[in-house]
Write a protein that binds this ligand. Sequence first.
Ligand code: PLP
Length: 415
Amino acid sequence: MTQKYADGKFGEYGGQYVPEVLMPAIEELTDAYERYVLENEDGFMDEFRARLRDFGGRPTPTQYAERLSERYDREVYLKREDLLHGGAHKLNNALGQVLLAKYMGKERIVAETGAGQHGTATAMAAAHLDMPCEIYMGERDINRQRPNVFRMRLNGSAVNPVTTGRGTLKEAISETMRDWATNVEDTHYVIGSIVGPHPFPAMVRDFQAVISEEARRQLDEQTGGLPDAVLACAGGGSNTMGTFANFVDDDGVELYAVEAGGSSLEVDEEEGVAPNSASLSTGEEGVLHGARTKVLQDSDGQIMESHSVSAGLDYAGVGPELARLVDDGRVQAVNVGDVSALEGFHRLSQLEGIIPALETAHAFGYLEEHSEELGETIVVNVSGRGDKDLETVIEETEKRDIENAPSMAEFSGGI
Ligand SMILES: *Cc1c(COP(=O)(O)O)cnc(C)c1O
């Protein structure tokens, strides 16, 4: 378990940029994080790990990928977070935070969700631990993500539509913050990535670090050593930091955070929209959701809307720790566009029998384009499975005429 940066500052990044009313809650949470997570008070981490095992299905395998290894003439290993309960790495964090809320004596959970993945993970954890839970979700997202709305409600959570602004993730976060500020006494806010004010970035990293703790051990068991390169896709950056955490001190291991290059890295300022979500590669220092970090913004410092074909990477900021590690040269910030990700999606499905999340597919797009630069042994984190993305993939595959895809046209009418 890494305990670095316990003060919440990652160089100039991080910090606690929150309204005064939230400071008592932030201080209470920081105290709980230090006692229960860092010091394992009352056996918190033991219970967390036991629940990850029995409810979550951990450990997930680190699997040798035969056909990818053959294709690239490298040894490629897959960390299978797609096999975690719920189909993505998000449960590691949601379960950790809901359990922590219980230890803190909180009686109610709130969370925000964009595409619905973090909301469903939080709803599952809340049902498992018998905590009432309310999820804020933009109205537009609710209409785009019906199945996830039903999943949350099936697990007993209330889904509160947010109608302000464009009705997406940004407004949902503001609304959840407002709820938390009003109900700090009995409520915990489960943030979905390594973003937000301290202690969230460090705490979410520690809950996700189980990924690299297992991967390091499992790879050593199979190869007797460390990998040369570790790849993970980066939205807010929680699966990335979880996959990197236990390799950061190994100088020989190159770490690659693969961002969504979207349709272009060029920004049209007039539009106020970045056609990508590559905040590590193209963002500037700014404050977003309570932390100083790299943010997509225009020359006046206005936060821009981001874009990616994958909803889970579509975020204008990124975790402050990742921003710092990139500035330090420890993590390479790279990106691939929508088309490369879609091709990666089909390649992994065809070669390995694993349908990945569109977020994850970005890492495989990068592997395809740069395998010869990545050394002999490569670990790729499969952050989630792609069942949730089938409709998008069918639509986008047709629209863009993706080369390595099976013909979708003849089936799409019936779906
Ligand atoms: C949410 C999500 C991501 C992006 O979130 P991070 O915090 O960057 O990990 C990546 N992959 C999957 C499968 C997701 O659901």
